[in-house]
Design a protein around this ligand. Structure first.
Ligand code: GAR
Length: 321
């Protein structure tokens, strides 16, 4: 089995979501393992459960410490456990911006509402008071604003006649336990998922000026310029034309540059058979270690080679300055 992603779970209380992640990780095919359960409250009952399951635990009270100081203590515990991801599970602390930015795109949270509705507390009563037909839960990436990061997945939970906040919370919790385990599994394996890879390429290609997507021989491609006279600067390839793996094809300045790249990193680049003779190069996106900044740079260089002069003129002037 492939290496499992190492996850630290932060809790403040009973830790039932943490328990759901711990039990899910017992399955042979679970793509993550829980390497640490940490808390800001040494009396958090979830710590005992984690210990009994043979998982390392860590607790440090926040009392008397500045927010950033306490976050740093937790950060050190989590990194020395070797964690690559953090799952917040009822961790009732507001986190410092510095801590959040250290874990950007690698820290998830579960929240008992259908975000963006009902951030903060009392989510069940607020859903009942609003007369909503459904409550629910969301797993999202953590950003500095409370309960505000991009939502990864949600589960809606029907509100029943005569529901109370307590009854509703009980059912939402069942949904939380399912949702957190499955969303975390998908998230830590996203780099092997062609749909996710495509959406990352698309985001970067369409961020360039005057670009649009148009399929070419059945694969997504991106063009710059007008609908009529635009030119392709990138193609997505998932085993396209018999090539292996998932990659993006971009233009180089010609065969010399293409050859230099192939020599420099034969695991990352290959010459796509269908386009290779004209200097196009394929960048592999399924190595599990994609440098997305580099992909964005290559898309930009390729875009610049085919973009209309009126779009590149200012860049050319800046380069020659
Ligand atoms: C869960 O319902 C979780 O969604 C919520 O705290 C509870 C923790 O329960 N989190 C938040 O409200 C975060 N804003 P647990 O300790 O049994 O997992």
């Amino acid at each position: 089995m492939k290496k499992r992603a190492k996850v630290a779970v932060l809790i403040s209380g009973r830790g039932s979501n943490m328990a759901a992640l711990v039990y899910a990780a017992k399955a042979d095919d679970c793509p993550y393992e829980i390497v640490l359960v940490a808390s800001n409250d040494p009396a958090a009952s979830g710590l005992k459960l984690a210990e009994a399951e043979g998982i390392d635990t860590f607790a440090h009270p926040h009392k008397g410490l500045k927010r950033a100081e306490h976050d740093q203590i937790i950060h050190e515990a989590v990194t020395s456990a070797g964690a690559e991801y953090i799952a917040l599970a009822g961790y009732m602390r507001i986190l410092s911006d510095d801590f959040v930015s250290k874990w950007q795109d690698r820290m998830l949270n579960i929240h008992p509402s259908l975000l963006p509705k009902y951030k903060g507390l009392d989510t069940y009563q607020r859903a009942l008071d609003a007369g909503d037909t459904h409550a629910g839960c969301s797993v999202h990436l953590v950003t500095p604003e409370l309960d505000d990061g991009p939502v990864l997945e949600q589960t809606a939970v029907a509100i029943l006649p005569g529901d109370t906040a307590t009854l509703l919370a009980g059912r939402v919790l069942i949904a939380e336990h399912q949702l957190y385990a499955s969303t975390l599994a998908k998230y830590v394996t996203r780099e092997a998922n062609p749909d996710w890879i495509l959406s990352e390429v698309r985001k970067r290609a369409l961020a360039l000026e005057e670009t649009y997507e148009r399929p070419s021989f059945g694969t997504p491609g991106w063009r710059v310029g007008s609908e009529k006279t635009g030119k392709y600067f990138a193609y997505f390839s998932q085993r396209h034309f018999g090539e292996t793996g998932t990659s993006v094809f971009v233009k180089t300045s010609g065969l010399d540059e293409q050859g230099a790249l192939l020599d420099a990193d034969p695991d990352l680049y290959f010459a796509p058979k269908f386009y290779g003779k004209s200097g196009w190069i394929a960048i592999r996106l399924d190595t599990g270690a994609t440098d997305w900044g580099h992909v964005a740079d290559c898309l930009k260089k390729s875009w610049r080679m085919v973009a209309p002069k009126r779009l590149t003129r200012m860049m050319d002037i800046a380069d020659n300055f």
